[in-house]
Design a protein around this ligand. Structure first.
Ligand SMILES: *Cc1c(COP(=O)(O)O)cnc(C)c1O
Length: 458
C-alpha cells in the first residue's frame, strides 16, 4: 500500500478554531507579517515544526502516571537508560531537557577557538553551539543536495572527498569530532545511507577522530535505509538502528522528534572520561545525572516513545503521510525540494514565485499567503533567515535556496487535514502571479527571522 492509513484510533481530541479571512488579515498585520508572532490559537494547521509537537500514545500517558519523582535513582531513569542502550548501544546515557543542551554540554567541554567540526549539514542550534564556543562549523553534504530537483535515495550523505580534504588541510589535531545529522534536517530531511555512515566512521577513525551522530530522526533514517538500501529490506528498524550507531562513538538526541514526546533529549557516549566531564557540567546546568532537567515522568514517556517509534506500521504511515503530500503537489506541478523528506515538505519558493526577487523575500510572501488563504503556518528557510551582508564588499549574500518548510507533527493531523493543506497550496499556486514581495520594517542584529517585522511592498 502506497500510503498506509493511520495505525491508531483517536481517543482524545483537541478542538481547533477556524478563523475568517478578515480575522487572519488583522492577525497578520498585528504580527508584522511574521508567523512566529501569531498566537497558536489563531492557526488551523500548524506546520511550523515537528519538534515537541508529537501526540503521545495512551501507553505514554499511562507511563506519565508512573513517574517516580525521586531526586536520585528514579526507576524511570533506569527504564530510559535501558531503552536508550538497547537501541543506541552506547555505554553511558546522560538525559537533558532538549537536544541543544546535549550539544551545549559536549561542545562547551571539547571545543575552543581554532577547532573545526565537519557535518553533512549542521542544524541551526548545532551550528550556534559550535560557533558560540569559538569553533568553526563546516557543512560537507554532497553537491547534489543543493539541486532541488535532483532525485537521489540518500541526499543527506556527506561528501567523503571533501571530508578527507578538510582533515588534511585543517590537521586531525584541530578536529575533535566529526558529525552526521540523520536525517539531514537543514538539507530537506534527507536520509544518510548506511554505507555513508560506515565510510564516514572509517575515514574519521583512520585519523583517530570520533564520530558523533545527531540522531534526532534516527528511526525515520533507518526506515529509509530499510526501504532504499540494498541488503536491508529484511532487517528490523531496531537492527538497522543498532548497526548505524555501532559505527559511531556517541550521539546527541532531541527526543522532541523521534522520541515522540513534547520535551527531552540526551547524549550517549562510550568514552568514560568524557562522560565524567559532561556529567560534572550537567550537574551545574541541568541537574543530577538521573534526571538531567526532566521530571521522572518525562523520562518514562521518552522510554516508551523510543519503543513506539521503531514500529514499522507507524513509520510506514508517518513517512507515507509526508510522501503523499509531496505526490499531490507533484501532480499539480508545484515546485518543491525532491525527493520528499522524512518529516517535511519544503516548497521551492524561488521557482514558485519566480517573479519576486530574493531581495523581496519570496519565502515570506508564500508563508504569509498560506496563513491568509488557509490558516496554515509554515516557516520560511530563505533570505529572511540566511541573507547577510558581506563585510568585505558590503553586498548582500543571498542563500542558494528559498524554501518554505511544512513540517508535519507526528500522529497529530489526519490524512484529510493533510489533503486540505495540499489543496490549499495548489490553489495558491494557481494564483501565484498575484502575490507580492515584502520589505523589512524591523530587524534584530542576530537571528532576525524570529522577531522581524515586515510590510507588503506597495
Ligand atoms: C531539533 C534539532 C536539534 C535541537 O534539539 P532541541 O530539542 O530543539 O534543542 C538538533 N539537531 C537537529 C537535527 C534537530 O532537528
Amino acid at each position: 500500500m502506497k500510503y498506509p492509513p493511520e495505525p491508531f484510533k483517536i481517543k482524545v481530541v483537541e478542538p481547533i478554531g477556524r478563523t475568517t479571512r478578515e480575522e487572519r488579515e488583522a492577525v497578520l498585520e498585528q504580527a508584522g507579517y511574521n508567523v512566529f508572532n501569531i498566537p497558536a490559537d489563531k492557526i488551523y494547521i500548524d506546520l511550523l515544526t515537528d519538534s515537541g509537537t508529537s501526540a503521545m500514545s495512551d501507553n505514554q500517558w499511562a507511563g506519565i502516571m508512573l513517574g517516580d519523582e525521586s531526586y536520585a535513582g528514579s526507576r524511570n531513569y533506569y527504564h530510559f537508560e535501558q531503552t536508550v542502550q538497547k537501541i543506541f548501544g552506547f555505554k553511558h546515557v546522560i538525559p537533558t531537557h532538549q537536544g541543544r543542551v546535549a550539544e551545549n554540554l559536549l561542545f562547551s567541554t571539547i571545543l575552543h577557538k581554532g577547532l573545526v567540526v565537519p557535518n553533512n549539514s549542521h542544524f541551526d542550534t548545532t551550528r550556534a553551539n559550535v560557533e558560540f564556543n569559538g569553533a568553526e562549523a563546516v557543512d560537507l553534504v554532497i553537491d547534489e543536495a543543493k539541486d532541488p530537483n535532483k532525485i537521489l535515495p540518500f541526499k543527506g550523505n556527506i561528501d567523503l572527498d571533501k571530508l578527507e580534504a578538510l582533515i588534511q588541510k585543517t590537521g586531525r589535531e584541530n578536529i575533535p569530532l566529526g558529525m552526521l545529522t540523520i536525517t539531514n534536517n537543514s538539507g530537506g530531511g534527507q536520509p544518510v545511507s548506511m554505507a555513508n555512515i560506515r565510510a564516514t566512521a572509517k575515514l574519521l577513525h583512520s585519523y583517530e577522530i570520533p564520530l558523533i551522530l545527531d540522531a534526532c530522526r534516527f528511526a525515520e533514517n533507518a526506515w529509509f535505509i530499510q526501504q532504499r538500501e540494498a541488503g536491508y529490506a529484511d532487517k528490523t528498524i531496531l537492527e538497522i538502528a543498532n548497526e548505524m550507531f555501532s559505527y559511531a562513538d556517541g550521539c546527541t538526541m532531541s527526543a522532541k522528534k523521534d522520541g515522540l514526546v513534547n520535551i527531552g533529549g540526551f547524549i550517549a557516549l562510550n568514552d568514560d572520561q568524557l562522560t565524567q566531564q559532561l556529567t560534572n557540567r550537567l550537574i551545574l546546568i541541568e541537574g543530577f545525572p538521573t534526571y538531567g532537567g526532566l521530571a521522572g515522568r518525562d523520562l518514562e514517556a521518552i522510554a516508551r516513545g523510543l519503543e513506539e517509534v521503531l514500529d514499522e506500521n507507524y513509520l510506514a504511515y508517518r513517512i507515507g503521510q509526508v510522501a503523499r503530500m509531496g505526490d499531490r503537489l507533484e501532480e499539480a506541478g508545484v515546485p518543491f525540494l525532491k525527493p520528499t523528506g522524512g518529516h517535511a515538505v519544503y516548497l521551492d519558493a524561488k521557482s514558485f514565485l519566480a517573479h519576486i526577487p530574493q531581495s523581496q523575500f519570496p519565502g515570506i510572501a508564500l508563508t504569509v499567503e498560506l496563513y491568509l488563504h488557509a490558516g496554515i503556518r509554515a516557516v520560511e528557510i530563505g533570505s529572511l533567515m540566511f541573507a547577510h551582508k558581506d563585510e568585505q564588499t558590503g553586498t548582500i549574500q543571498y542563500p542558494e535556496l528559498e524554501l518554505v518548510r511544512l513540517a508535519i507533527p507526528r500522529r497529530v493531523y489526519t490524512n484529510s487535514q493533510m489533503e486540505y493543506v495540499a489543496e490549499s497550496i495548489i490553489e495558491i499556486y494557481k494564483k501565484r502571479q498575484q502575490l507580492q514581495g515584502f520589505e523589512l520594517t524591523y530587524e534584530a542584529p542576530v537571528l532576525r527571522h524570529f522577531t522581524a517585522r515586515m510590510q507588503l511592498l506597495a
